[in-house]
Design a binder for this molecule. Structure first.
Ligand SMILES: NC(=O)c1ccc[n+]([C@@H]2O[C@H](COP(=O)([O-])OP(=O)(O)OC[C@H]3O[C@@H](n4cnc5c(N)ncnc54)[C@H](O)[C@@H]3O)[C@@H](O)[C@H]2O)c1
Length: 333
């Protein structure tokens, strides 16, 4: 049986671990928060991030990253995007040369504007790396709600190995050969999820949400295409699929964070209230900088960024968006 190491025992890492544990794999979990790790071990449940899901199977709670990864066939980095570099640089020397690696983070590194595969490519041969993305709330994966995701790798064999590891009759995997598109779609949609929450918090209805998602999808696709991604990826599981799930659900931290802002919380207080990382709050700045440097018009993401930064009120942002000059809908393609 295979050994699967999870670096990060948060919501999604734990949810994914239940799939491989149920298949009989050995699961090694390391988390930088040792008290959280001890609570998980004592309760055989992740009460901090994924309450209600019992951890059954061959689980091992490791006190160091080295202990978790050294015998692992597969290594899953399951952390917020801004923590990925430090976790990978610490674990890299101990990872087996033939291990297949993935990172589930949906974000872009703030300082460098690098996608996760670009960060990981500094430490590993990308032939061994697989990107996983798609509409997959941890809360639902953890209880076996039927879910479909996409996986992408420079080497098809690696993507196939990772797909086989996770595939079961409740978790379906499709392959996609546009990793950059998948990574961008996954990260950019978190900003729109904050916006969807803001709209909900303001009390606007389904029309506003649908308009924002459709036009949001248009502008994220436009940025993706300029960066070299394929437009079709933005209409797949990692694109529109993940957008639907993140922008319409109370499970989404980004949505909940935005909703608090729409209800009048300051962005800082909304982050504190959520108490967990809402990636969109950080990605908004990266998207703003990318759009500006690549000269791509992204009015919705920009409005969300300006609200998060406190530059404009949510009411002013809505007024500006609704007052933009008329244009052709499909200009971006
Ligand atoms: N929650 C979901 O439903 C979901 C689904 C798909 C993808 N994602 C993405 O996965 C990433 C992680 O999300 P999450 O919800 O699992 O996060 P989380 O906040 O629930 O958990 C993150 C965990 O990582 C740990 N950690 C932080 N730095 C570490 C380090 N250097 N070494 C080891 N552990 C460290 C934290 O202590 C915490 O336990 C995010 O980018 C998110 O967008 C989340």
């Amino acid at each position: 049986m295979k050994t699967v190491a999870f670096i990060g025992g948060g919501s999604f890492g734990t949810a994914l671990s239940t799939i491989v544990a149920a298949k009989g794999c050995r699961v090694n979990i390391f988390d930088i928060d040792q008290e959280h790790l001890s609570r998980m071990e004592a309760d055989m449940e992740n009460k901090d991030y994924l309450p209600g899901v019992k951890l059954k199977g061959d689980y091992h709670f490791c006190r160091t990253g080295e202990e978790a990864v050294r015998d692992a066939d597969f290594v899953v980095f399951a952390l917020p995007a801004q923590h990925v570099r430090s976790a990978i640089s610490a674990a890299a020397p101990f990872i087996r040369k033939d291990a297949v690696i993935t990172c589930i983070s949906k974000g872009i590194e703030q300082k460098t504007h690098k996608r996760m595969s670009e960060v990981i490519g500094e430490y590993f041969d990308l032939d061994r790396y697989v990107c996983i993305s798609g509409p997959s709330h941890a809360e639902e994966v953890g209880i076996g709600v039927p879910t479909a995701v996409a996986m992408s790798s420079r080497k098809e064999e690696s993507a196939m190995a990772m797909a086989e590891l996770f595939m079961n009759n409740r978790f379906r995997v499709y392959l996609n050969d546009d990793m950059m598109g998948m990574e961008l779609a996954a990260s950019l949609k978190n900003v729109l999820a904050v916006g969807s929450g803001i709209i909900n918090g303001l009390g606007y209805g389904d029309n506003t949400l649908a308009a924002m998602l459709t036009r949001g999808c248009a502008e994220t696709t436009a940025l993706g295409v300029v960066m070299g991604a394929r437009p079709s990826t933005f209409f797949g599981l990692a694109g529109i699929g993940d957008m639907i799930v993140t922008c319409t659900s109370i499970h989404s931290r980004n949505f909940r964070c935005g909703r608090l802002i729409g209800q009048g919380y300051s962005p800082e207080d909304a982050i504190k209230e959520i108490g967990m990382v809402a990636e969109g709050m950080y990605t908004a700045e990266v998207v703003h900088e990318l759009a500006e440097s690549l000269n791509v018009e992204m009015p919705i993401s920009d409005a969300i960024y300006n609200v998060i930064r406190g530059n404009i009120t949510v009411e002013d942002a809505m007024e500006t968006l609704m007052g933009r000059p008329m244009g052709y809908e499909m200009d971006y393609l």
